[in-house]
Design a protein around this ligand. Structure first.
Ligand code: HAM
Length: 406
């Protein structure tokens, strides 16, 4: 009898109805935050992943489906979406838009041992945002995660940590390596840990539990800039009721991560449904300009098994705004306004580089926004906002309530 390959499933009706609704809901949420869809090939040059994820990552080392094409090219079925998106951003100069938001959905491939929640072909929905290094970008990304799980009615917990930068991570890794060598007896695993000591934190062996909890914590080694970034993300995440828990053992599996990393869990399921973080040097590492990035991917199989039904949503936002701020400390009220507008089915794009109003409005032009909303201290005091027609240049001050109703 002819059968499907191990770890690769057929998805059949009526389950496919759930998938269809889920994909609509996910892309709708991405659209509310101004993300545009990108579709990259399922095959890429193997080198893209080996370099970007790290030669020593489990995925690159053991799990890639790689083959030599008839002309000698080494091709790989994509194991994840961040590296291909970064490649496409460089190749098509998409960074000409200084704040770039992209989302994708599709199959990924990893040759793992198939078991519940772990497949060899699985599907991810992911978003990637380029060009903003400010902490509020991290918070916006976390709000996208939160909105998705809220809409699906799933109880989410997000583990969060910082992996520091090229300045503060190497000394920490060195300390951790010394600690691991002292604390773990020589066996076959020690070589693995010596190469990448962060792997200690992924160890499921009971005899490593104590070693893990005694190990040095990266937060104590962060440089002042990384420490401030992390503190601001945590503070703002709490303000916006994002369900985070700080987890000093969260390391993630790929080399490209810097600063904020996170993983989300639903209920009792002890496999992560979502994983993500910053990768501020991936684009320059691939030979592109020096622009930061951050994103996440959700595993759709893991999501769908935790749900009975998927709610039906309108596939497209009703209106679209570019929201700019003037004055210090306006970003937090602006985020509240943006979130309420999204609750009312409006797309809201923000710059988040915290630059001058003119610079923000330039981005509004670049992304062809029809209307801009400007929130300054004066407007906020009066629960108002300035609505500007980007085509005619006309503007008027209106009540925030009125925009929500419009
Ligand atoms: P990841 O943590 O490797 O991150 O994968 C993200 C999600 O994909 C996981 O949380 C899980 O739900 C799902 N997943 C991974 N492997 C499997 C599998 N074998 N079977 C079923 N589901 C699986 C990434 O892939 C990064 N590219 C995420 C990211 C985006 N970071 C920044 N931007």
């Amino acid at each position: 009898m002819v059968r499907n390959p191990k770890g690769m499933r057929d998805i059949l009706p009526p389950e496919t109805f759930k998938w269809r609704r889920l994909e609509i809901l996910l892309s709708k949420v991405a659209l509310l935050y101004g993300y545009g869809e990108i579709r990259t090939p399922i095959l890429e040059f193997g080198e893209l992943f080996r370099k970007g994820l790290g030669d020593e990552s489990d995925v690159a080392l053991k799990e890639m489906y790689e083959f030599v094409d008839k002309n000698g090219d080494v091709l790989s079925l994509r194991p994840e979406g961040t590296a291909p998106v970064a490649r496409a951003v460089i190749q098509h100069h998409l960074y000409d838009v200084p704040v770039l938001r992209l989302f994708y959905t599709g199959p990924m491939f990893r040759r793992e041992r198939p078991q519940a929640g772990r497949y060899r072909q699985f599907h991810q929905f992911g978003i990637e945002a380029f060009g903003v290094s400010e902490p509020y970008m991290d918070v916006e990304v976390l709000l996208v995660v939160k909105r998705i799980f809220d809409l699906l009615g799933l109880p989410l917990t997000i583990h969060i940590n910082s992996l520091g930068c090229d300045e503060c991570r190497p000394p920490y890794i060195e300390q951790l390596r010394n600690f691991v060598v002292e604390s773990i007896p020589d066996d076959e695993e020690i070589e693995r840990f010596k190469k990448n000591p962060l792997k200690l934190f992924d160890s499921k062996r009971p005899e490593h539990a104590q070693v893990k909890s005694d190990a040095p914590k990266i937060l104590e080694y962060l440089c002042p800039t990384c420490r401030d970034h992390y503190a601001e993300v945590i503070k703002a995440a709490r303000t916006f009721a994002i369900p985070i828990v700080e987890d000093p053992h969260l390391a993630r599996g790929f080399d490209y991560y810097t600063r904020t990393v996170f993983e989300g869990y639903v209920g009792e399921l002890n496999l992560a449904v979502v994983g993500g973080g910053r990768y501020d040097h991936l684009v320059s590492f691939y030979g592109g300009p020096d622009i930061p990035g951050i994103g996440f991917a959700i595993g759709l199989e893991r999501l769908i098994t935790s749900m009975q039904e998927v709610p039906k949503v309108d596939p497209e936002p009703k209106v679209s705004y570019f929201l700019a701020t003037t004055g210090q400390d306006m970003i937090e009220p602006a985020f509240w306004l943006a979130e309420s507008l999204r609750d009312h089915n409006a797309e809201v794009i923000m710059d988040l580089r915290q630059g001058k109003l003119q610079k923000q409005l330039k981005l509004a032009d670049k992304v062809d926004a029809r209307y801009a909303l400007i929130l300054g201290e004066e407007e906020q005091k009066n629960h108002a906002v300035t609505l500007r027609d980007m085509v005619t240049g006309e503007q008027r001050v209106i009540a925030q309530e009125a925009v929500l109703g419009e």
